[in-house]
Every structure is written in structure tokens, then in C-alpha cells.
Design a binder for this molecule. Structure first.
Ligand SMILES: Cc1ncc(COP(=O)(O)O)c(C=O)c1O
Length: 691
């Protein structure tokens, strides 16, 4: 059934009792009901009022008019409308409000017709997104299914008080359409909130005759004849009620938001937190890659507040499709229900214990089942724990000190001393780490030849952003073994993302040791060194031991994450969605003749965008402009895509649309040679450069 649901109550902050106020001899609500009944396609008009005693008057009115009536919460209007719709069997809801006694049934009928033309493919149609009709012609039509989803999931004050924001704020999730007027008439105020508005409406009824079914065109003609009528209520703003409940959201500390809708963005709270952070936190962040130099200031948020699935919300309430995914750990999606349930269950049992916990055994056993090189396991917290533990055990095992490294391996002295950000690392330590180039086995050969018999380990990311050239991984493995060095794969990024067994399983080359982390526990902090038994046993003799090594919440999360990765097609999903993004991005870049300047490279579960100027030099300015333009469109990307199990088709489509627009801006800027001039803030900065 298609029903017009009229939410009516006596309470009103500015005009109490307005709903039953007299308009040309009948209550205002009766005027609206008359008009709602004339909307073509509407089969019933239902009154949804509150259970407050004052609203007995509304119920009496409805009873007298023979209208079905439902009573519910005054503030949770979403619940009230949902209750009315389900109780009287409405499958399509036409939402109108009694403060619109000049509603034109023909216009409302057009909104309903648009919904029906969708043939079940639309969830929500209105004439308010954006408004082009006079204020007071607002009509929204939506399915009970969409309403029920909002009813189940909406949490913000604004979403509960105003029924539909949960739906229209999520164009990626709900299928939306808008009916527009050729001319923007949204400045005209025909709604009733203030005494002056009521005066205006009464004046219109007096002139056009209460018994005539007059519509918008008649009122427009009247206003042309008698423009002074406009002065009656000219000074009031549209949609004050919604603005008020947005303020309530913020007061409650839970901010409203909507992707893709709020330009120019307000980042007030981000900036406030940043100002406070600068006073108490060096660099204002715990992790450089999340810091303020990594995104374009003034456009990108500085602080995030909450996350769900593939989306995140910043502290100012803006919603984004998330691609950093917390720098990689989130593989199932934020707040995965299975992982979170496992953690909650463990929380009830305890967090950290004075003796080993069975989970240490169980997760170790799981890892030995899925990771080719894993015969034994030791846990850490960060990836850096794992790489540093692996390097130390390799040194102890071989009795040697030099390390050949390729890739990024974390913050500890042995590695970071080899980069440009090496202040504080003793020269004696720095001299022991040598970097070689990916896909360049000769660069490794030169190191090994220069220091015969001195390398304890060759540690490398088996795949970073560039894929291994044919035979490269095999050649490195052969060189390391011939030299007597331990081959360590740093799979902190690739583990649990590229394949269940990591990149070593994907490429079929098995190292002696591997370092795993990031996605292992879907956001909980845990990493591990895994590998050959004879080497791992040397952990007995070195010092790799810390208070939180066997912390149980993260291990419970790891068990749940790995179990889900094993049982559900998570990794194929990452490949599929990642490939769609990669192919779509590169196709758009080609169309815009940008393919020499920007590309999406890497394995689909985790891709990276490259930007180079016409001379082929890496361009952080171009990367900044791209990032700025996508963040404006509700996409948070630091310059690549980490896919999670919850990135659905709508996310991918939305992202590709935003990328297409951002690339168009970039193409224009490259053409005009004014990339930097188009940035709202400074160019983003690299964290460090390798030495
Ligand atoms: C390949 C690789 N190894 C090691 C690390 C260090 O991990 P963490 O930052 O957890 O210490 C990272 C972090 O990004 C990484 O990408």
C-alpha cells in the first residue's frame, strides 16, 4: 500500500498548537490532509503523532476525520513513522508534514511518480535534495525497506528526529533520486514555523479561496500580482529544525555527516584537536603516515572519530569511504562482527595473564598450518617487533652482523639508520645495514661480494608496489643461501592480504623466516616472526621478550580473523574489488591522456597510485591535488587503495566516479601548468627517503 504518513503534534518551539491552528475555517492539519488525499497514487493518509497527552487533540481530530492514527515517541520520529507504516501495512511511504498546508498534490504526485517509475530500483525520491521548489512543497517518498534499515541502524539525533537523513546521506548505499523544478524557487517560504508564516498562509487561502484546489502555479501568480505578501515572512531561514538537531548531534559528541554532500567542508573540530595535539604530542601524531603532512591541510580531516565497515567519519561528522584502512590492518572491515564478538568474549575472561594463555598455542598452530615457512612462531605487537626480532635471531644464528635490506622494515635502529631519518641512531649500527634495489639482483651481489661471509640476513618485502621481475625472488633466495645468510621475508603488509599464506605462497618461494603483522587481527595489535625450526629455536638464547607478548584480546582477534579468512572468500573479494578499482583508474587516466603521468600499480588487494610530471619526476604536488579532489568527494585515500571485505560494489563505483572527477581536475591543472596553485594547502611531504 502507498500511504501518506503525516507526522503531526501539538508541540512546537516557536508556534505551539500550530498543527490545529485555523486556516480559512479548518485546522491546518485538515488542510494538509485534504491535499495529501489528492496526491495521485496515495491510497491512505495515516497520522503519526506522539503519546504525549497534549496530542490527544490530534488523535481526536484523526478519529473525527476517520483517519488511521499511530502514537509514538516525540523525539524519535523515525521510530514513530516506522511504527505507523508497519502497523497499517504501508510498503511505500509518502512523507509530508502538517506545516505545509500549501502543499501542491500535483508536485507531491510527481515525486511519487518518479519513485514508481523506478520500478523497485529506487529507495528514496524527494524534491529536497537539493531543494528547488518553494519551502512548503517538501515531499519524500521511500520504501518501507529503506525506512526499516534506517530504523534499525540510525544512531544520530538528527537521523532519529528527521526520519530520512540516514537514507539520503548515503547515496552509495541507497538508490536516490531527486525531482527538480526548472527554476530554483527554494527561496520562497510557504511553510509554517513562525506566527508570520501562518499569517502568510492564511492570506494566501483568503485570496485564492479555501474551497478551490489551488496549486503552486496559482500561488506564484498571486505573488506576482501582490508581491507585498512576500514581506510577511521573508526573514526566516529554511530548515531551521534540521540545523538545530545537527547542533544536538554535536553537543552529544556524535557528529552527523554525509558523504559527497558537504562542500565547502568545515573541519573546525579537526583543527581544534590539532591545535591541542601540537601542544602535547610531538608531530601531533603517533604514526608519521597518519600525520598532518600526509594529507592536504584545509581539505582533508586531521582526526577520525569512528568507523564502520568500509566507511569512516571524521570529528566534524563527514563520512568517507576509507582506503588507508588504518594503514593496512583492517582487512575484514571496521568492526567486523565476528572478530569483535571474539574479543568481547575474551574480554570477559581476561586481557593479560601472568602465565602463557592457550591462545598463544592455538594461534601459533593456526599459523603453522597456513604459512609455508612457519614451523614455529613468536608474537610481537608491531611489525617492527617482528622485523627486529627476526634480524636479531638471524645474527645470533649466523654469528654475523651485516644485514642486506630491501623495502621498509619499521622504526628500529637497525633499519631506520639506513634512511635519511637516522638522527639518534649510532653510526656503528648504521654501518651494518646495507640497502639493495628491488628487481636488481646485481645490487645485492655487489653488497655480498664487498663483504664476503659477513651478512647475517637478507631481508626484503617480497613484493612492494612493483611486482617481482621473472626469477628475481628465486635469484635473491639462491644468493642469500650461497652466502650463508638467512632469507627473511617482511610480509607485514602482504600477509593475510595477498594470499592466506602471504606473498611466499602467491609466488611459490619460501624464505627461512617471515615477519607478519598488520591484517593478522583486523586492527588489533599483534605481529609475529615465523619460520624454520632450527633458526626459531635460537629465540631461546636471544632476548625477545616483553610484557604484552601474549596479550589475549589481540590473539583472540587473530584467531577469529584467520578463521574468517580461511572460511570465507575474503581474499578473492580483495582481488576482485581491487582489480576493478585499478582497471577503472588506469582506463580513466588513459582517456584523459594522463597515463604517462599517473598509474595505479601493485597487486589488487593493495594498490598504490604513482604521479610523475612531464619530465618523469615523482610529483607530490600532483599526488596532493588528486588526494584533495577525492577527499572533497568523500574518499579518503593517501594515494592508493587497501581493500577490505566490506568494500562493496557501490563503494567501488562511487570511488571510481570520484577518481574520474579528480583526474579531470588534474588533467586540467597539468594542461594549465598550475597544479600547485590549485591546492588548498601545502604539498604533502614524504616521511623519509631511503638513503
Ligand atoms: C613492510 C613493512 N614492514 C614493517 C613495517 C613496520 O610495522 P609497524 O609500523 O607495525 O612497526 C611496516 C609498516 O608499515 C611495513 O610496511
Amino acid at each position: 500500500m502507498i500511504a501518506a504518513v503525516v507526522q503531526a503534534r501539538m508541540g512546537s518551539s516557536r508556534l505551539p498548537g500550530k498543527t490545529l491552528a485555523d486556516v480559512a475555517g479548518r485546522p491546518m492539519l485538515a488542510r494538509l490532509v485534504e491535499r495529501a488525499r489528492r496526491i495521485e497514487g496515495v491510497q491512505a493518509v495515516i497520522i503519526a503523532t506522539t503519546d504525549r497527552p497534549a496530542d490527544n487533540a490530534i488523535v481526536a481530530f484523526a478519529d473525527q476525520a476517520g483517519l488511521p492514527v499511530h502514537r509514538g515517541s516525540e523525539t524519535d520520529v523515525l521510530d514513530r513513522v516506522h511504527g505507523a507504516a508497519t502497523r497499517f501495512g504501508a510498503s511505500v511511504i509518502v512523507r509530508v508534514t502538517p506545516d505545509c498546508p500549501l502543499l501542491d498534490p500535483v508536485i507531491a504526485g510527481r515525486v511519487l511518480a518518479r519513485f514508481r517509475e523506478g520500478g523497485g530500483l529506487l529507495d528514496y525520491v524527494s524534491n529536497t535534495q537539493p531543494p528547488t521548489f518553494p519551502d512548503g512543497q517538501d515531499t519524500e517518498v521511500f520504501s518501507l525497506v529503506a525506512l526499516a534499515t534506517a530504523w534499525r541502524e540510525a544512531r544520530l539525533t538528527s537521523e532519529r528526529e528527521h526520519v530520512t537523513p540516514f537514507i539520503w546521506k548515503q547515496p552509495g548505499r541507497f538508490r536516490l533520486a531527486n525531482v527538480t523544478h526548472v527554476e530554483d524557487l527554494s527561496h520562497l517560504r510557504w511553510t509554517v514555523d513562525e506566527p508570520a508564516d501562518l499569517e502568510f498562509v492564511r492570506a494566501v487561502y483568503r485570496r485564492l479561496g479555501a474551497e478551490q484546489p489551488f496549486g503552486m502555479e496559482d500561488i506564484l501568480e498571486l505573488l506576482e500580482r501582490e508581491p507585498s505578501l512576500l514581506d510577511l515572512n521573508r526573514s526566516f531561514t529554511r530548515n531551521e529544525g534540521y540545523a538545530k538537531s545537527l547542533r544536538a548531534d554535536r553537543a552529544a559528541g556524535d557528529a552527523p555527516g554525509g558523504p559527497f554532500m558537504d562542500t565547502p567542508r568545515r573541519l573546525t573540530r579537526s583543527e581544534e584537536y590539532f591545535a591541542r595535539a601540537e601542544k602535547v604530542i610531538p608531530s601531533a601524531t603517533q604514526t608519521f603516515s597518519k600525520g598532518h603532512t600526509q594529507f592536504v591541510r584545509g581539505v582533508a580531516p586531521l582526526f577520525l572519530q569512528r568507523a564502520q565497515g568500509s566507511h569512516v567519519w571524521d570529528v566534524d561528522g563527514h563520512e568517507y569511504i576509507d582506503y588507508p584502512m588504518a594503514l593496512g590492518p583492517i582487512v575484514l572491515g571496521h568492526n567486523d562482527p565476528d572478530v569483535d564478538a571474539a574479543v568481547r568474549a575474551q574480554l570477559a575472561d581476561g586481557i593479560a595473564f601472568s602465565l602463557p594463555h592457550p591462545l598463544e598455542v592455538e594461534v601459533s598452530e593456526l599459523l603453522t598450518e597456513i604459512i609455508p615457512c612457519a614451523e614455529m612462531v613468536r608474537f610481537g605487537k608491531n611489525g617492527s617487533d617482528a622485523t627486529s626480532g627476526a634480524v636479531r635471531v638471524a645474527r645470533a644464528y649466523t654469528g654475523r652482523e651485516r644485514i642486506a635490506a630491501c623495502g621498509y622494515h619499521g622504526w628500529q635502529d637497525w633499519y631506520i639508520g639506513a634512511t635519511t631519518r637516522h638522527r639518534g641512531v649510532p653510526a656503528a649500527v648504521r654501518e651494518l645495514t646495507h640497502l639493495f634495489a628491488y628487481n636488481d639482483v646485481a645490487s645485492l651481489d655487489r653488497l655480498l661480494d664487498a663483504h664476503p661471509g659477513q651478512f647475517a640476513a637478507v631481508i626484503m618485502e617480497p613484493v612492494g608496489v612493483v611486482e617481482p621481475a621473472g626469477g628475481f625472488l628465486e635469484q635473491v633466495a639462491a644468493r642469500a643461501r650461497a652466502h650463508g645468510a638467512v632469507l627473511i621475508y617482511d610480509e607485514v603488509v602482504t600477509s593475510f592480504r595477498v594470499a592466506l599464506g602471504g606473498a611466499m605462497a602467491h609466488y611459490g618461494v619460501t624464505p627461512d623466516l617471515a615477519c607478519i603483522g598488520k591484517a593478522m587481527a583486523n586492527g588489533f595489535p599483534v605481529s609475529a616472526v615465523v619460520g624454520r625450526r632450527d633458526i626459531m629455536q635460537v629465540f631461546d638464547e636471544i632476548f625477545f621478550s616483553f610484557t604484552f607478548g601474549g596479550e589475549a584480546l589481540s590473539l583472540a582477534a587473530a584467531r577469529a580473523t584467520i578463521t574468517k579468512l580461511r572460511n570465507e572468500p575474503v581474499i578473492p573479494h580483495l582481488w576482485r574489488q581491487g582489480r576493478r578499482l585499478q582497471d577503472g583508474y588506469n582506463a580513466r587516466a588513459r582517456e584523459l591522456k594522463l597515463d604517462g603521468l599517473t598509474r595505479c600499480i601493485g597487486l589488487p588487494p593493495r594498490t598504490v597510485l604513482t604521479f610523475a610530471d612531464r619530465q618523469g619526476r615523482e610529483s607530490l604536488a600532483m599526488k596532493s591535488l588528486f588526494q584533495q579532489e577525492v577527499v572533497r568527494r568523500g574518499i579518503l585515500s593517501a594515494g592508493g587503495f587497501n581493500i577490505c571485505y566490506r568494500h562493496d560494489d557501490a563503494d567501488v563505483e562511487r570511488t571510481l566516479a570520484a577518481c574520474g572527477e579528480a583526474l579531470t581536475v588534474l588533467a586540467g591543472a597539468v594542461e594549465a601548468d598550475d597544479v600547485e596553485a590549485r591546492l588548498a594547502g601545502p604539498v604533502i611531504q614524504p616521511v623519509f627517503r631511503r638513503a
